[in-house]
Design a protein around this ligand. Structure first.
Ligand SMILES: Nc1ncnc2c1ncn2[C@@H]1O[C@H](COP(=O)(O)OP(=O)(O)OP(=O)(O)O)[C@@H](O)[C@H]1O
Ligand SMILES: [Mg+2]
Length: 367
């Protein structure tokens, strides 16, 4: 993987229009990010093409629009390759390139993995920043809206790909923090790619005082709903549990319209947590001793098409106490994935594990 050079540098005299590829400058021309452009694994560079020329792209269609800009399908004329452009409107920003974008670029350039959308390049043009991503045919939200029955083997494969991509991020100190179907892309072969690291951040140091409003409510874990400022990889594992369930039931598992409604929907499935099931819960900011008491349900009543191994996997991702929730490595080891058919997407070497005796007995489900 390429080495990043993200050091802040002294002010340069280069005007904004003459910014070399791979560089971000702020309004006064100060260079604030420089990423090495030589990447031996970049298929475009290997084919001898440089992507960093704005005028080489033709816009084909708009794919999506979010907080920071528009995503479009474009053609790189010289190579005829289709790629996705994420335009970031810099003129709206008081201080030039938004910090989240700088973070997204630095993170993504370093996260080269089969199940993470590939960032090839970035270009500054007319005070806009364009991120050049590999193009992926649809997002998981659109895929679910096709309302075609999804084969259990495909659900398992996508779940595995999602888990392996997230484990890769976590093992490199990166949390995604906004996993949801709209941020997961699915290509024509049914392979999943994790996208939109706009809100991701390095969780190496410090891991405290991270912002509250980072995970979309429906996929938000209980510790954040309870107001904690200190959280870790469990935020993404929780979202994985929600998404795997959604792949079975074709709608979000918990669809709260407020933080408290979201928590209560979770309690109605997993039971109201107590200091026995979640030691330390009483110390959390928004915990209340007088929450209504719900009993734990059998998850297979909520996700009826899940096999018992799959229901066990979901349940372990959705353990309310983050200390007891799965980590990515454990999740990949779960018996649910024992016979995962990865098809042409062979499990990458980094995730070949030694043969273990089965680590899990399925958790007891209430009747
Ligand atoms: N590489 C891509 N290929 C095809 N479609 C994409 C690609 N990246 C994004 N999209 C589409 O565009 C939509 C928005 O993209 P993305 O999630 O990256 O931006 P966003 O939601 O605007 O970001 P933010 O959360 O930072 O506001 C996605 O939900 C997806 O439908
Ligand atoms: Mg998004």
């Amino acid at each position: 993987m390429e080495k990043l050079d993200t050091t802040m540098t002294e002010a340069t005299s280069e005007p904004a229009e003459a910014v070399p590829p791979g560089t971000i400058v702020n309004r006064s021309g100060r260079r604030i990010l420089k990423v090495k452009m030589v990447d031996e694994t970049d298929p475009f560079l290997l084919a001898g093409y440089k992507l960093a020329q704005y005028s080489d792209y033709d816009k084909l269609e708009k794919l999506g629009e979010g907080t920071y800009g528009v995503v479009s399908k474009v053609r790189h004329r010289p190579s005829k390759q289709i790629v996705a452009f994420k335009k970031v409107k810099l003129e709206m920003e008081e201080e030039g390139v938004p910090a989240t974008t700088i973070r997204e670029i630095a993170l993504l350039k370093a996260l080269v993995h089969k199940h993470i959308v590939r960032l090839y390049e970035f270009i500054m043009h007319n005070k806009n920043l364009y991120l050049v991503f590999e193009f992926v045919q649809m997002d998981m939200q659109q895929y679910l809206q096709l309302k075609q029955p999804i084969d259990a083997a495909i659900v398992k494969r996508m779940s595995y790909q999602l888990t392996s991509g997230i484990h890769f991020c976590h093992s490199r100190g990166v949390l995604h923090r906004d996993l949801k179907p709209q941020n997961l892309l699915v290509n024509n072969e049914g392979d999943l790619k994790i996208a939109d690291f706009g809100l991701g951040r390095d969780h190496g140091v410090p891991m405290s005082m991270l912002t509250h409003e980072v995970v979309t409510l429906w996929y938000r874990c209980p510790e954040i709903l309870f107001g904690t400022n200190v959280y870790g990889t469990g935020v993404d594992i929780w979202a994985i549990g929600c998404i795997v369930a959604e792949l079975h039931i074709y709608r979000a598992l918990f669809r709260g319209d407020s933080e408290i409604d979201q928590l209560f929907q979770i309690f109605q499935v997993f039971g109201t947590p107590t200091s026995a099931s979640w030691p330390g819960i009483e110390d959390l900011q928004d915990h209340c001793k007088r929450f209504p008491v719900w009993k734990c349900k059998n998850l297979r009543k909520v996700v009826p098409t899940a096999t018992s191994a799959c229901a066990d996997f979901i349940r372990r991702c959705l353990i309310m106490d983050p200390q007891r929730r799965f980590c990515g490595w454990q999740a990949l080891q779960h018996p649910y994935f024992k016979d995962v058919h990865t098809g042409h997407t062979v499990c990458p070497k980094a995730f070949e594990f030694e043969d273990h005796e089965p680590m899990y007995q399925c958790m007891d489900e209430p009747g």
